[in-house]
Ligand binder design. Structure first.
Ligand code: EPU
Length: 420
């Protein structure tokens, strides 16, 4: 197993190129199941979760090929309809194949994803919506068995709660359903927007893209001619590197980034004392004179993302004063707190709220990554901690960050990947 050994740095300086978004790539790969043609995907990040989903599609009979600058996926030969436990257990987002496989074949089995380090993460809303579209769903021996022998039928779906992968699943199911589906309380995340835009560019009529009400006209089972697209930049990767600049009081420039997707993150960094130079596809962060404390509440897009909570919590340990960080999306997304406390952070947890008293001098030690974003939060802590920090269990980090130690190394960080 790999781990990272990181030293503290005085400051960072340079340019970091942002990769394609993991959470946009995953539904787009699942979307290829609905394609009548070979699909060419550009700007996929080189991360484990993408390989896992491509492996899942290959297991089902698709042909996935890696070229220099793109991946092609041919699902015309896809014939298996069961996503087995061995893959689903490694990546919850495997649930994204449920909607498209069911819509195309009229039946699908997906292993129940089970619990997760950041919370229970049920999928009841995905299943309820598919039932409304006419699917029969049973849970048997740890598997979701869904059937719709006569295809799915469009209807009005009102999500009780905003769900990102739930919206993606139902958008894909609706694209092949009979008639019109309206999704109310749909997720508005840029990753869902891109899924809708690719469908729209492929001839599917979708109204309300980017709003909370989506209306999708289905093809009544006819596959869709999806050709080529390039995945949007990863706003969470970008936010993480902006936090690296902020915590080390450095000037860093991000390229291939979409500043419009980072509104809430940039606003909070500005409140903390940073300033920015922004062009269409670049952001340069200028350091704060003094890092100021902040109040953050995680919410659905366009509000502050839960996927940036851990990184800002680390940054808050270096602010002069008391920061309050409230996690509203996931009930258990504070596992990084105990690791940061071991490094000397002064953090009190009360239910869903963390109170961070800064500024504390952090001390390098051995720490354990507990989930994907918690892992990058520990890397941020290591950049300013006294001495050396060893971050273990970085398979979490590898699920979603493309070459993190290399990208940070290019701007002056001293991080080595070693074997346990
Ligand atoms: N929820 C339900 N029932 C459902 C679905 C969701 O109660 O059927 C609840 C969840 O338990 C949670 C809330 O609704 O409290 C929102 O969950 P959502 O379904 O939106 O999360 P997700 O789709 O499983 C995606 C990202 C996560 C990101 C969340 C929130 C992907 C593959 N994953 O998860 O990303 O944190 O949206 O923005 O897109 C990550 O990349 O590290 C990551 C965890």
């Amino acid at each position: 197993m790999d781990y990272l050994k990181a030293q503290s740095v005085k400051s960072l300086n340079g340019i970091i190129k942002i990769s394609g978004a993991k959470n946009a790539s995953l539904p787009l790969i699942a979307l290829t199941i609905l394609s009548s043609e070979i699909v060419s995907l550009k700007n996929l990040p080189n991360v484990a979760d993408i390989k896992t989903l491509l492996k899942l599609l290959s297991n089902l009979g698709a042909i996935c090929k890696f070229h220099e600058d793109r991946v092609t996926v041919d699902t015309r030969s896809l014939h298996e309809t069961k996503a087995t436990y061995d893959i689903v257990k490694t990546m919850r987002a495997s649930i994204l194949v449920l909607g498209p496989i069911l819509a195309r074949f009229g039946h699908c089995e997906v292993s129940l994803p089970g619990g997760c380090a950041i919370g229970q993460r049920p999928i009841n809303l995905h299943l309820k919506a598919l039932e409304q579209m006419g699917a029969k769903i049973a849970i048997k021996a740890g598997y979701i068995e869904a059937t719709a022998p006569d295809g799915l039928t469009g209807c009005n779906i009102i999500f009780d709660k905003i769900t990102v992968t739930g919206t993606a699943n139902i958008v894909m199911a609706a694209a092949l359903a009979k008639g019109e589906t309206t999704i109310t309380n749909a997720a508005r995340e840029p990753e869902v927007v891109q899924l809708c835009e690719v469908l729209s560019a492929s001839g599917i009529e979708i109204e309300g893209i980017g709003t909370a009400i989506l209306t999708i006209k289905g093809t009544a089972g006819k596959l869709i001619a999806i050709k080529e697209f390039s995945v949007i930049p990863d706003r969470i990767e970008a936010g993480t590197y902006l936090c690296a600049g902020a915590i080390t009081k450095s000037q860093i420039t991000l390229t291939s980034v979409e500043p419009k997707h980072l509104g809430a993150v940039l606003a909070k960094l500005e409140e903390m004392g940073n300033s920015f130079t922004i062009t269409d596809y670049t952001i340069t962060i200028h350091p704060a004179q003094e890092i100021k404390p902040v109040k953050i509440v995680t919410q659905e897009y366009p509000a502050f993302p839960t996927d940036m909570q851990a990184q800002f919590l680390t940054l808050a340990t270096q602010a002069n004063g008391v920061s309050i960080i409230e996690e509203r999306l996931f009930e258990n997304r504070f596992m990084h707190v105990s690791e940061l406390q071991r490094m000397g952070a002064d953090i009190t947890l009360n239910g869903h709220t963390a109170t961070v008293c800064g500024k504390t001098k952090l001390c390098g030690t051995d720490v354990m990554a507990t989930d994907l974003r918690a892992s990058s939060a520990l890397v941020l802590a290591a950049l300013v901690a006294n001495g050396e920090t060893n971050i273990h269990r970085i398979y979490h980090l590898d699920r979603g960050y493309d070459s993190l130690e290399k990208k940070l190394g290019n701007v002056g960080a001293k991080i080595q990947r070693l074997k346990e």
